[in-house]
Design a protein around this ligand. Structure first.
Ligand code: GLA
Length: 350
């Protein structure tokens, strides 16, 4: 039965205290909704998405992202041997930088290590663990929130002071639109992404029955340490070929090359509730992540037991380790230039 939506429903926004950082800084939770009843909850810790509720055609709602109920759980998750970066904004550099070093303008930059000898997702304390500031919030025609973070020069040893701005918008077409921009005071490198674990069936279920499409025939070759070798792999008819819909893999941690201009990057479909998510981006890659050992000990929202198959990440981004690979798209942001990244997660209930 199709439930008629009340077209009088307005977009809304609310602000609540979510918790206190160890130094007493208040972390707020903002909730936005669009006219269809789609809801987004964002906290100022890591500009993290803690909830994304989608209205289904049958009138039910499903929260399609994993998360925690308390700030303490988000903070503590970064002490796990393999932190999940649950719902977080990742920067300055998403993915691994080999041996935590690269050259820029003939100078050797040595970053903090946090993944064996490598630097992962921005280093020891990346953007996912920073307190962001809310600059703007709209709940009229447009339902959006803009957060900023000012990363001091030398943070995690990255050159230049980097001013980052991020806007989450809920469109009336049930899209979550993420727009990032950044400016630097000195030449630097930047690669931002979003790290939600999606599950179109809600966080209690696993993603194995959901159908994945990745709209490409190429991915990055990686070493055993999951560092790109610089070579590209043709994946047609291999286990990594998701060009035609296939069940989600139980373990994957790979970057796919997006070379089909103006086409979608990837999609996920749950036939149990007929909900589909399509990912669009202006970035050259999508890193897809399922599995890993990071969930064995994790209690999620409403005391749910999370496990390696609870969710799938679609990390739209430049390639990991681009600063060390001349043949990858450049990750350098010049002083005075602007980094822009747009990603859309679009939801359709059939
Ligand atoms: C990315 C990495 C993974 C893992 C997760 C976070 O997807 O490629 O290896 O570190 O982030 O747990």
């Amino acid at each position: 039965m199709e439930i008629k939506r009340n077209s009088q429903i307005k977009t809304t926004s609310t602000k609540d205290l979510f918790g206190l950082m160890p130094d007493g800084t208040a972390i707020y939770a903002y909730e936005l909704s669009n006219k269809n009843g789609m809801k987004l909850k964002v906290i100022t810790y890591g500009a993290t998405i803690t909830k994304l509720e989608m209205p289904l055609k049958n009138g039910e709602m499903v929260d399609v992202v994993l998360g925690f109920d308390s700030l303490e759980s988000y903070i503590q998750s970064f002490n796990l041997p393999s932190p999940p970066y649950m719902g977080a904004t990742v920067g300055r550099y998403a993915g691994r930088i080999y041996k935590s070093t690269f050259s820029l303008n003939r100078k050797k930059i040595i970053l903090n290590k946090n993944d064996n000898d490598n630097s992962l997702h921005g280093g020891a304390i990346g953007f996912s663990q920073k307190v962001w500031t809310v600059k703007d919030i709209h709940s009229g025609k447009k339902s959006s929130i803009t957060l900023t973070y000012s990363s001091p020069a030398g943070e995690e040893n990255y050159p230049g002071k980097l001013e980052v701005e991020l806007t989450y918008t809920l469109s009336k077409e049930n899209e979550l639109i993420i727009e990032y921009s950044a400016k630097t005071t000195e030449d630097t490198v930047v690669n931002l992404t979003h790290h939600s674990y999606f599950n179109l069936d809600g966080h209690l279920s696993n993603v194995l029955d959901q159908e994945l499409i990745v709209n490409t025939h190429r991915m990055l070759e990686t070493s055993v340490e999951n560092i790109p070798t610089g070579r590209f792999l043709e994946i047609e008819n291999t286990d990594f070929d998701f060009f035609a819909p296939k069940k989600c893999p139980s373990k994957i941690d790979n970057t796919f090359v997006l070379d089909r201009k103006d086409e979608f990057a990837a999609s996920l479909f749950n036939k149990k509730n007929n909900l589909k998510m399509t990912v669009y981006t202006n970035q050259p890659g999508v890193h897809i992540y399922v599995g890993g050992n990071c969930f064995n000990a994790i209690k999620g929202k409403a005391n749910a037991d999370y496990h390696p198959l609870s969710g799938i990440c679609f990390e739209t981004q430049n390639y990991p380790d681009a600063p060390n690979n001349q043949n990858f798209p450049s990750a350098v942001l010049k002083k005075g230039a602007e980094y822009t990244h747009n990603t859309i997660y679009k939801f359709q209930s059939f």
